[in-house]
Design a protein around this ligand. Structure first.
Ligand code: ADP
Ligand code: GLC
Length: 483
């Protein structure tokens, strides 16, 4: 696998969790998996074997070290050490700006990964699985320059789209700069509105393209969610499908989570109240009996438009009039930080905010809250609603993508409901759904039923990993038939 993120090493969002959880699950099924990712600033893996070489892609020529490490879960991780490219203040950019040379940086990652696999002493990979635009050149190079990596020429190629909003879109100058064949700059290849898109490359040259929920796979075939890729995705036909992400149930387990002050389970929820108290404390909110009785609504999110903050802004007055306490953990765009900061300033005892990336607070928010709000405009999968379910925290979501696939909405007499969802996105609908959810919170019998339905859902990786194996096998067979 090739990816720009992998937990716990490098994480800005769900991609990192997936690229940790899926390989571990595949290993449990008896497969061998190697993950290649950049060695960013601050990453200091120990017990590595180090090899050195020169990596070249047109004008990009760099000395590289590969730091290889065997994980406790038997997944092999390879960190590509190239300080000129990856020893920087951010993964993709700094100060709100993408790095100007991202095409070079992730082009180099692709070649470094392929060179590693070619020279590797272990058996040749049977499948190469690339994630998101950052590894879109991996299938492209393998299909357009197969003689460079003969050991990989029979491998099946799988590409996974985690989010179509990030397209790795560059000027077409990249093509000669990286000495790519101009054949890649066609509608069937990586050309995208007269630019060059690494994401389009990824889906164009792979045997199979997947995305991270069945619902998003269908949505992305339409102009509303397809971001201009709907035509390319439609043309893949059966070679494009959705596989719902899993979650790592050893890390996200309320019975054992080391980041929690108390543990709990569906049959014994006492520890959840302890977590609620600790959560309020961590966000400098009152912790008296009144506060403990009042529902806590949590948000843990990248602060970007995708996550529905404009609807929250629209409905802010109505939402703040509800009898609830809010806990917000996130990093991202300044305007959304300012929005939440203003809400906190107006309601300091009912809105707690923390602007930063903090794993401990994320776990505590999932465990200590009563409700989890995720009103995304679109959501390829979403992991937080699944973590919430497991921690007995009832999700309130917009019915899109993976949110629609995982949440079964409450209706009077509905069986198996595990949360609330609204379908016609708007601030007014969001507020109405929150009002409905908070009303139900005060009905302990119904609420307990919602919580236990969610806690019983099984989103562990094993099922998803089996689905990936089926795709890998098909990709491998098709790749062989090509030759
Ligand atoms: P996305 O990948 O679009 O950001 P997901 O729901 O798939 O959305 O995954 C988000 C992941 O990032 C979750 O594991 C969530 O807990 C984590 N996360 C997001 N923001 C923060 C933060 N500020 N601090 C800690 N974890 C965060
Ligand atoms: C992306 C998506 C998110 C998904 C994650 C992991 O970041 O925004 O919905 O859960 O990737 O696949």
């Amino acid at each position: 696998m090739v990816s720009s993120e992998m937990a716990p090493w490098a994480k800005t969002g769900g991609l990192a969790d997936v690229v940790a959880g899926l390989p571990a699950a595949l290993t449990r099924l008896g497969h061998r998996v190697t993950v290649v990712l950049p060695k960013y600033r601050g990453l200091d893996p120990t017990d590595c074997r180090v090899t050195t070489g020169e990596v070249s892609l047109g004008a990009v020529q760099q000395q590289v070290q590969w730091h290889t490490r065997e994980g406790a879960d038997h997944v092999r991780t390879v960190f590509v050490d190239c300080p000129a490219m990856f020893d920087r203040a951010g993964y993709y950019g700094a100060g709100g700006q993408d790095f100007a040379d991202n095409a070079d940086r992730f082009g180099l990652l692709a070649v470094a990964a392929l060179d590693f696999a070619e020279a590797d002493g272990a058996a040749a990979p049977t499948v190469v699985h690339a994630h998101d635009w950052q590894s879109g050149l991996v299938p492209t190079l393998l299909r357009t320059q197969p003689r460079r990596w003969p050991r990989l020429s029979r491998a099946g190629l799988v590409f996974t789209i985690h989010n179509l909003a990030y397209q790795g879109r560059f000027s077409k100058d990249v093509v000669p700069r990286l000495a790519l064949d101009w054949r890649v700059f066609t509608m069937e290849g990586g050309e995208f509105w007269n630019d060059f898109s690494y994401l389009k490359c990824g889906l164009a040259y792979s045997d199979y393209t997947t995305t991270v929920s069945p619902r998003y796979a269908v949505e992305t075939l339409t102009p509303e969610f397809g971001y201009g890729f709907e035509g390319a995705l439609q043309s893949l036909g059966e070679r494009y499908l959705g596989i719902l992400n899993g979650i790592d149930t050893t890390i996200w387990n309320p019975e054992t989570d080391p980041l929690l002050p108390a543990h709990f389970s569906a049959s014994d929820l006492a520890g959840k109240r302890e977590c609620k108290r600790a959560l309020l404390n961590q966000f400098y909110l009152p912790q008296g009996d009144d506060a403990l009785a009042r529902p806590v609504v949590a948000i843990v999110s990248r602060l970007v438009a995708q996550k529905g903050f404009d609807w929250i802004y629209e409905a802010a007055d109505e939402l703040m009039a509800l009898d609830a306490t809010w806990v917000v953990l996130g990093t991202g765009e300044t305007k959304y930080e300012q929005m939440w900061q203003a809400m906190h300033d107006r309601h300091p005892s009912r809105v707690g905010v923390y602007f930063g990336f903090d794993e401990g607070r994320a776990h505590l928010a999932e465990a200590g809250a009563d409700l989890f709000l995720m009103p995304s405009l679109f959501e390829p999968c979403g992991l937080n609603q699944m973590y919430s379910l497991r921690y007995g925290t009832v999700p309130v979501v917009h019915a899109v993508g993976g949110l629609d696939d995982t949440i079964r909405t409450y209706r009077p007499n509905a069986r198996h409901a595990n949360g609330f969802k609204f379908t016609n996105g708007s601030g007014a609908e969001l507020a109405a759904t929150m009002r409905q959810a908070l009303r139900l919170f005060h009905n302990p019998v119904q609420w307990a039923r919602l919580m236990s339905e969610g806690m019983a859902d099984d989103h562990s990786w094993d099922q998803a990993a089996r689905e990936y194996v089926r795709v890998y096998k098909r990709a491998r067979r098709d790749a062989r038939d090509l030759r």
